[in-house]
Design a protein around this ligand. Structure first.
Ligand code: HGY
Ligand code: MN
Ligand code: MN
Length: 392
């Protein structure tokens, strides 16, 4: 694959959902996502690849019998975090179509069906639960619960989807023999264009509701205040400290304040904790320590704190034999873990899965500055084509 051919297809989607920050606002099933889903169908049509929808919002473009036995899937997601980068997700889908082109040009005739997949709501940016589409496909979430998830405007996932999600595909594990997801690397770990994933850190999201007494900013004595913003601010610092002490990662980057007025002491501050670590015990230890310190501080501030676990993603160890086999196909590509969650991680609970990482020169992701070089992206397509050829 040449960088020019890669850039040619890449340029077709590059501007979809991009905003003035240079980042992307691609929320699941929102307008830019619907445009990308139409682009996906158009790409499939151009390649005589029939498209099926699994009733959960995930799209599958087929080369061979749709849902024939032992299918090999590749793909990723279109949705982004707000003002996120353009590669996180779409790179895996564009590379999937280009890998099909490359295999066909080389005369490959797959002995088993293949599909390029677009998983819905991987980031959880709109409905709050990451990997929603792949959790539905694998039965990891109850369809009614998924349908009831709401976005900031109060629109439910069921309304956005236009139906109650179908839930798990019957006989999934016999229908899929492997999933290979290609994704931009999101750390600073790759010195060569392509790597292979070994594991995904366990990670989760917890919502902290800090409640206090709303009051006038100008007339309320400092000694009389029950200000939840203080408890929140302390908790942000505590999360950072506990993560550093444990060698884990903790972030509080999303906050909602009521009434969110310059001259009113808040009655409620809602803050989300994203915590991750190389193992579950360490992650749990960090979260417990943060909850303990937030609760103690609330006692001093005269406020209340309630913590709700909103999503949990268990530790993933990818199929080691498959990872080693793939690394071998790619001239001993490096095998490395990641702290980022992926749909492949969800599917790994049921089917053999692997991930290919494409070098990210700065390691920056979930930011408009996210970037991968066309040469490395083209090398990623070559690697994906090699793996898909061997697996089919
Ligand atoms: O948050 C993550 O790890 C992924 O980008 N959903
Ligand atoms: Mn992401
Ligand atoms: Mn991603």
């Amino acid at each position: 694959m040449s960088a020019e051919v890669f850039s040619g297809l890449w340029s077709e989607i590059e501007s979809i959902g991009r905003v003035s920050s240079g980042g992307y606002m691609r929320y699941a099933l929102d307008t830019p996502d619907l445009v990308l889903r139409d682009w996906f169908r158009n790409q499939a049509d151009r390649r005589d690849m029939p498209v099926t929808d699994d009733g959960n919002g995930n799209l599958f473009a087929w080369w061979g019998d749709a849902w024939g036995r032992d299918a090999v899937l590749t793909g990723s997601h279109f949705d982004s975090v707000p003002h996120g980068g353009g590669y996180d997700g779409p790179l895996g889908i564009v590379s999937g179509f280009l890998a099909v082109d490359q295999l066909r040009a080389a005369g490959h005739r797959p002995a088993r069906p293949m599909a390029v997949v677009a998983f819905v709501e991987e980031e959880g940016g709109r409905f709050g639960l990451p990997c929603l589409g792949s959790r539905l496909l694998t039965g990891a979430i109850d369809p009614a619960k998924a349908a009831a998830l709401t976005d900031r405007e109060g629109v439910t996932f069921g309304e956005a989807l236009g139906a109650t999600p179908a839930g798990p595909l019957p006989g999934l594990t016999s229908r899929i023999s492997a999933l290979v997801e290609l994704h931009i690397e999101q750390g600073r770990q790759l010195e060569v264009p392509v790597g292979v994933a070994s594991a995904i850190w366990p990670h989760g999201r917890w919502r902290f509701d800090f409640t206090g007494h709303g009051d006038h900013a100008g007339t309320t004595r400092m000694a009389d205040r029950r200000d939840p913003m203080l408890t929140f601010a302390y908790t942000v610092l505590a999360a950072n400290k506990e993560a550093r002490l444990a060698g884990a990662h903790a972030t509080m980057a999303r906050v909602e304040v009521e009434p969110n007025a310059t001259n009113a002491i808040p009655s409620l501050v809602r803050g989300w904790l994203d915590a991750r670590a190389a193992d579950t015990a360490t992650m749990d230890g960090v979260v417990d320590a943060v909850v303990k310190r937030a609760t103690e501080r609330a006692g001093r501030d005269g406020t209340e704190v309630a913590v709700t676990s909103e999503s949990l993603s268990a530790e993933v160890t990818f199929d080691t034999e498959l990872a080693a086999r793939i690394a071998g196909m790619l001239g001993d590509a490096p095998i490395l873990p990641t702290g980022a969650g992926h749909d492949a991680g969800v599917l790994s609970a049921q089917v053999p899965t692997a991930m290919l990482f494409v070098r990210n020169p700065t390691g920056i992701s979930h930011s408009p500055a996210e970037h991968a070089e066309p040469d490395d992206c083209a090398a990623g397509v070559d690697a994906l084509a090699t793996v898909l050829r061997e697996l089919t």
